[in-house]
Ligand binder design. Structure first.
Ligand SMILES: Nc1ncnc2c1ncn2[C@@H]1O[C@H](COP(=O)(O)OP(=O)(O)OP(=O)(O)O)[C@@H](O)[C@H]1O
Length: 370
C-alpha cells in the first residue's frame, strides 16, 4: 500500500506540553487564584510537534532521557491533554506502559475486568476473552495476587495482554517490552506483526535500537521537546547512532553544558516564541489554541471568584436567618445578631409566642435561686 492511499490515523500540528514547576503543593492551589502565572517557573516538554502517521505504520519513538517521548505517547493515549496544538486521532487508542493504569491493590484478574469495563466491554464480553488474556499474560497463580506484588516484567505482561485483547486501532507501547523476558518478547513481537498486517497503527517507544529496527517502518527522533528527525527507520537510526556516539565522546563538563543549554531553552520557551515558530512554519494561528479543557483563563477565574463570593453571601444569609430581599435592601442586617428561629403553631400556623419567665421569690429549694 502506498502512503497516499493509506488513511491518516494520527495528525499532530504544533503540539506543545507546558508543565508548571511548583516548589510546593500549596503553590499549586495558590496559583489557581492568581491572575498572572509569570512568577511560576515553566517547562516546555514539547515545543510544537508536527506529525502525520498512517494506518498500518509502526512508528518508533527514540531520543535521549527527557526528550519528550513519554509525554508525547501519553498525549496520544489521552492520559494527559496537550497545552496547545491540534491533535486528530481516528480510532481507539490503548497504551501499554509498565504498570500504567493498573491498580496495585487489585489482583491481576480484577485488573483485567476493571480495564476491560473501562474500555466499554460488558461483563459477558469480558467473559469471552478472559481466558485468552490470562493465557497470554501467563502469570500462573500470580493472576490472583495483588498487582503491587508483581515485578515490572509481570506488570508489563499483564498490561500487554489486556491491551492487545481490547483490539485498539492505535496501540502505544511505551518501554513495556524492555522489561519482559525473551519468550514473552517473542510473543509480543508476533502480536505486533499481526496488528501491523491488520492495518493497525503502532507507536513504539524504546531505548533498544535493535527492537526499533526490527519492528518499525518509520522513526521519530525527539530531542528536548522538538522533532529532530522523522523518516525511514534505517536513516533516522543511523543519524541517532552518530549523535549518541558523538555525545559519548564529550567530556562530562561538555555534556552538562549541552544539556543545560537545551533545558534552559525549554524553560525560556513561551507563547510568543511558539507564535514565531508557527509563523516560520507557515501555520494558521488557529492551530495554537489549546484543547477545550486546560488551564483556567482570566475570565474563568473571575467567574469562579464571583461564584465563591455569591456562595459566601448566600451562606451568611442562611446562617443569619434573614430573607434575601431584606439583605439586598439593607445589607447591614447581616452583621446584626441572628434572628431567633420561630416555632409555628401547627393549628394556627402562627408563630408561638413564649411568655417570659418571671423571677420567683428566693425561697430555698423552690424556683429561682439567686
Ligand atoms: N509532570 C511533570 N512536571 C514537570 N516536568 C515534567 C513532568 N513530566 C515530565 N516532565 C519533564 O518533561 C521532559 C520530558 O519527559 P518525558 O518523560 O516525556 O521524557 P522521555 O523522553 O520519555 O524520557 P525517558 O527516556 O527518560 O523515559 C523531561 O525533562 C521531564 O523532566
Amino acid at each position: 500500500m502506498t502512503q497516499e492511499n493509506r488513511q491518516v490515523k494520527v495528525r499532530m500540528e504544533m503540539i506543545t506540553k507546558e508543565y508548571d514547576l511548583y516548589k510546593k503543593k500549596s503553590d499549586k492551589v495558590k496559583a489557581l487564584f492568581k491572575f498572572s502565572q509569570k512568577d511560576i517557573p515553566h517547562f516546555w516538554a514539547l515545543k510544537g510537534v508536527d506529525l502525520e502517521v498512517y494506518s498500518g505504520e509502526t512508528v518508533g519513538l527514540i531520543g535521549i532521557n527527557g526528550s519528550g517521548k513519554s509525554t508525547l505517547s501519553n498525549i496520544l493515549a489521552g492520559i494527559i491533554p496537550q497545552t496547545s496544538g491540534v491533535l486528530e486521532i481516528k480510532g481507539e487508542t490503548s497504551i501499554i506502559a509498565i504498570g500504567a493504569g493498573l491498580k496495585g491493590q487489585l489482583t491481576g484478574l480484577e485488573n483485567i475486568r476493571l480495564k476491560c469495563l473501562m474500555t466499554g466491554l460488558t461483563n459477558e464480553q469480558i467473559d469471552v476473552i478472559l481466558d485468552d488474556i490470562i493465557a497470554f499474560a501467563d502469570l500462573g497463580a500470580f493472576i490472583d495476587q495483588p498487582v503491587k506484588n508483581y515485578s515490572s516484567g509481570m506488570k508489563s505482561r499483564l498490561g500487554f495482554a489486556i491491551a492487545v485483547h481490547n483490539n485498539p486501532d492505535i496501540l502505544i507501547i511505551d518501554e513495556a517490552l524492555s522489561v519482559g523476558d525473551d519468550t514473552f518478547y517473542q510473543k509480543c513481537v508476533e502480536r505486533i506483526e499481526q496488528f501491523k498486517s491488520e492495518g493497525k497503527t503502532i507507536f513504539f517507544v524504546s531505548h533498544s535500537l535493535a527492537q526499533i529496527e526490527k519492528l518499525c517502518t518509520r522513526v521519530l527522533w525527539m530531542h528536548y521537546g522538538e522533532v529532530k528527525m522523522f523518516g525511514e527507520t534505517a536513516e533516522v537510526v543511523k543519524e541517532y547512532k552518530d549523535f549518541t556516539a558523538w555525545f559519548r565522546k564529550q567530556s562530562p563538563k561538555e555534556k552538562k553544558a549541552y544539556q543545560d543549554n537545551y533545558k534552559s531553552q525549554q524553560t525560556a520557551f513561551n507563547e510568543e516564541k511558539l507564535a514565531e515558530l508557527a509563523k516560520e512554519k507557515n501555520k494558521d494561528p488557529e492551530v495554537l489554541k489549546g484543547p477545550p479543557i486546560g488551564k483556567m483563563t482570566r475570565f474563568t477565574k473571575v467567574m469562579l471568584g464571583v461564584a465563591v463570593l455569591a456562595l459566601i453571601f448566600l451562606g451568611a444569609i442562611n446562617i443569619n436567618g434573614r430573607a434575601l430581599t431584606t439583605v439586598i435592601k439593607q445589607p447591614t442586617v447581616l452583621f446584626e445578631k441572628p434572628m431567633p428561629l420561630k416555632r409555628l403553631d401547627p393549628k394556627t400556623g402562627k408563630p408561638i409566642v413564649q411568655k417570659k419567665k418571671t423571677k420567683q421569690s428566693p425561697v430555698k429549694g423552690k424556683g429561682y435561686e439567686g
